[in-house]
Design a protein around this ligand. Structure first.
Ligand code: FAD
Length: 571
C-alpha cells in the first residue's frame, strides 16, 4: 500500500478531487497555509478548469482566435470569481445583455416590445401582481414549481411557455427543467436588486432592462496561470489522475484508489472504464494505486461522488447525493448563419415591433433596437411542445475578444440541445456539418424544486463528517461564482483563512457567510481589520455591484488588448 504525503510533519494531507473552479479555489486557499496543509489536487482530464475551458477557432474567418466554450459570463455579484481573475492578472469585461426569445409571432426581447407582448398585456399586468403576492408569501410559494404557479394564477399556456419559462431558463441554464424550478427563483429574478436579472420588472414589457453582465477572460490561460501559481505554492497538481474509489474513511483518515489516465491530444480525456456508460473502455487496464489522506474534498458532480464512495457511503450520503438530478445536454459550436436565421430572430424585426403598449409610447426602445439590436442569448420554444426549449449564444455578439462588427455569416454560435431524453425534438441535424466547430456533451444540474427541498438544505449534514467535504456548483446553483465560493468554504472549514480583502468587501462576505451557513451550518466570524484592501470593492444596492480589481469598465477590452489597442483601464 503506497503511503503519500509528509507523515510526521503535523500537516493535514488533503486530497482535492477535481480541478474545476471549486477544486482550484479550494486548493488555492489551502495553499496559503503551507505550514498546515499538504495539498494534492487531481483531475481525470489533462487540464484545469473543468466545465470552464476555451477552444481555438479560425481567427481569419471569425475575427478572434479563441472561444470560451460553454461558460461565458456572469454578473457583477460574482465578487469571488473576479477577485480570482485579478489574483492571476486577468479581467472580465462588461456587456449589456440582449436576449431574443422565440420566433415570428412568438418572438419577444428585452430590447424592444413586440406583438406577443401586446397580445398578452393583461397577463403581463397579472404577472407583475402575482410576483408581488409571491414576494409577500414567499415562505408558502418558495418551493412550488413554476408550472403549478402558472396554473394557480390562470396564465395561458402561450404566456407561461413563451414568456415566463424562458426568462428563468436563461438565468440558470435550467433548460428543460424550467417548469420544475421553484417559484422563488422566478420571483427573485424580478424583485431582487442584487441577483434579479430582470429587476425591477416592467408592467408593460415584463423585462425591459439590459442586465449589466461581465464576460469572462480566456479560461485556458487563466486556469493555466492559476495552476502554475498553485504549484509555486507547493500544491501537487496531478492531471490525468482519476479517483476511482474511496475504500474507507475512519479515525485514521481516508483511503482511496486512483488510476493514471492516458492523456488525449486535446486534454479532454474521455470517461474511463470506471464510469458507467455505453462506450467506456478507456484505460480499462490502468492499475489502481492505493493512497492515504487525512481529508478529502469532493469537487466533482454529486453522482460522481456517490459512485466513488460506493460501499463506503453513509445512508445520508446515499440519500442526499442521490437526490441531485442531472440531464445530458449537447452544445454544437458552429457558424451556420442559415440555421440561425431559420430558427431565431437575429435582427430587428419591423413586422413584430410595436410602438405602443397599453397606450404607452415605446418608440425610444424601438428606435434603439433598429440600430443596436444584437442578441447574445437566444431561446427557442419547440413548436411541437412549447414547454421544451433550445438555447443558443451568439458568441461573437457576447464574448469580448471578438471585434464589434463581424459579418453575420462569420459569427460563431453555440446551440444547446437540452436533455437527451427529448432528442426527438432536436433540430441538431439541420446544422451544416461543414460549419460545425465542435460538439460537447455536458452533464448539467437540473435546478428542480426537489434540489432545494432534498439536497441544498441538508448538505450541512454531510460536510465536515467522515473527513469529507463537498465543494462544487451543484451544492447551490450551477454558476462559476458558486463553485469558487464552495471551494473557499471547504478550505475555510478545514482551517484556512477567508481572504481579508474579500472579508472587507461586504457583499462578498455576506454571500460567503450565507453559503457557509447553509452548507456547513456554521456562521463565519470576521477576522480581518476594518481598514485595508477590499473596503471599496462593494458598491450599488447592498454592495452587490463589484468594483474591485479583475473587471474592466471598457466593453471588448480584451479585443483591444489582443489587437494592440491597449488601454490602461484595468484596475
Ligand atoms: C454549457 C454550460 C454553460 C455554462 N455557462 C455558465 C455561465 O455563462 N456562467 C456561469 O457562471 N456558469 C456557467 N456554467 C456553470 C459553470 O460552468 C459551473 O458551475 C462551474 O464551472 C462548475 O465548476 P465545478 O468546479 O463545480 O465543477 P466542474 O467544472 O465540473 O469540475 C469538476 C472536475 O472534476 C473532474 N473529475 C470528475 N470526476 C473525477 C474523478 N473521478 N477523479 C478526478 N477528477 C474528476 C472533472 O474532470 C472536472 O474537471 C455553465 C455550465 C455549462 C455546462
Amino acid at each position: 500500500m503506497a503511503a503519500n504525503g509528509k507523515l510526521g510533519t503535523g500537516k493535514k494531507r488533503v486530497l482535492v478531487v477535481g480541478a474545476g473552479a471549486a477544486g482550484m479555489s479550494c486548493a488555492h486557499h489551502l495553499a496559503n497555509h503551507r505550514d498546515k496543509f499538504d495539498v494534492t489536487l487531481i483531475d481525470a482530464v489533462d487540464y484545469c478548469g473543468g466545465q470552464a475551458f476555451s477552444v481555438q477557432i479560425d481567427k481569419e474567418r471569425h475575427g478572434a482566435g479563441w472561444l470560451n466554450q460553454g461558460v461565458q459570463g456572469g454578473s457583477y455579484i460574482f465578487h469571488h470569481t473576479m477577485t480570482m481573475f485579478a489574483r492571476q492578472g486577468y479581467h472580465a469585461d462588461p456587456v449589456k445583455l440582449q436576449v431574443s426569445f422565440g420566433k415570428g409571432n412568438q418572438f419577444w426581447s428585452n430590447v424592444y416590445p413586440t406583438k406577443l407582448l401586446e397580445r398578452h398585456q393583461k397577463e403581463i399586468k397579472r404577472f407583475k401582481w402575482m410576483i408581488s403576492i409571491v414576494r409577500w408569501f414567499e415562505v408558502f410559494f418558495a418551493l412550488i414549481p413554476i408550472k403549478i404557479l402558472m396554473k394557480m394564477f390562470f396564465f395561458s399556456d402561450e404566456f407561461a411557455n413563451t414568456v415566463a419559462l424562458p426568462m428563468v431558463a436563461l438565468f440558470l441554464g435550467t433548460g428543460q427543467y424550467a417548469p420544475d424550478v421553484p417559484s422563488i427563483i422566478l420571483e427573485r429574478l424580478v424583485t431582487s436588486p442584487t441577483y434579479g436579472m430582470w429587476y425591477p420588472g416592467d408592467k408593460l414589457s415584463v423585462a425591459s432592462n439590459q442586465p449589466p453582465m461581465v464576460v469572462f477572460p480566456r479560461f485556458e490561460h487563466f486556469y493555466q496561470s492559476w495552476r502554475k501559481d498553485l504549484e509555486s505554492k507547493g500544491v501537487t497538481v496531478r492531471l490525468s489522475t482519476e479517483l476511482t474509489q474511496v475504500v474507507k474513511r475512519d479515525k485514521n483518515g481516508v483511503v482511496v484508489k486512483l488510476i493514471k489516465r492516458t492523456p488525449t491530444p486535446d486534454a479532454h480525456n474521455p470517461n474511463s472504464a470506471w464510469v458507467p456508460q455505453n462506450d467506456g473502455t478507456a484505460d480499462a487496464d490502468a492499475p489502481e494505486e492505493t493512497e492515504h489522506y487525512d481529508e478529502i474534498v469532493f469537487c466533482v458532480l454529486a453522482d460522481t461522488a456517490k459512485r466513488i464512495l460506493s460501499r463506503s457511503a453513509t445512508f445520508r450520503e446515499k440519500r442526499i447525493l442521490g437526490n441531485v438530478k442531472f440531464a445530458d445536454d449537447i452544445t454544437v459550436t458552429h457558424w451556420d448563419s442559415d440555421y440561425m436565421k431559420k430558427h431565431y430572430e437575429n435582427f430587428y424585426n419591423g413586422e413584430q415591433a410595436v410602438e405602443k403598449l397599453s397606450g404607452v409610447d415605446q418608440t425610444t426602445r424601438v428606435n434603439f433596437a433598429k440600430k443596436m439590436f444584437k442578441p447574445m442569448y437566444y431561446i427557442k420554444m419547440y413548436p411541437q411542445d412549447l414547454s421544451k426549449l433550445e438555447m443558443c449564444f451568439d458568441c461573437t455578439n457576447y464574448q469580448s475578444q471578438f471585434p464589434p462588427e463581424v459579418p453575420f455569416d462569420k459569427h460563431v454560435f453555440q446551440t444547446i440541445y437540452l436533455n437527451k431524453n427529448n432528442k426527438n425534438l432536436w433540430s441538431i441535424d439541420e446544422i451544416d456539418e461543414n460549419k460545425i466547430i465542435r460538439k460537447d456533451w455536458w452533464h448539467q444540474l437540473c435546478h428542480s424544486w426537489t434540489h432545494y427541498a432534498f439536497v441544498v438544505p441538508w448538505m450541512w449534514l454531510l460536510n465536515g463528517r467522515k473527513h469529507t467535504r463537498y465543494a462544487a456548483a451543484w451544492t447551490l446553483v450551477n454558476a462559476h461564482e458558486v463553485a469558487v465560493m464552495s471551494g473557499i468554504a471547504a478550505a475555510v472549514d478545514l482551517g484556512a483563512q477567508y481572504p481579508e480583502d474579500l472579508e472587507r468587501d461586504k457583499f462578498a462576505l455576506l454571500s460567503f457567510r450565507l453559503y457557509y451557513l447553509l452548507t456547513y451550518g456554521k456562521w463565519y466570524r470576521k477576522k480581518a481589520k476594518q481598514e485595508g484592501e477590499g473596503r471599496d470593492w462593494a458598491s450599488g444596492e447592498y454592495g452587490s455591484v463589484y468594483k474591485g480589481p479583475g473587471v474592466s469598465s471598457i466593453e471588448r477590452l480584451t479585443w483591444r488588448e489582443e489587437n494592440g489597442m491597449k488601454t490602461n483601464d484595468v484596475d
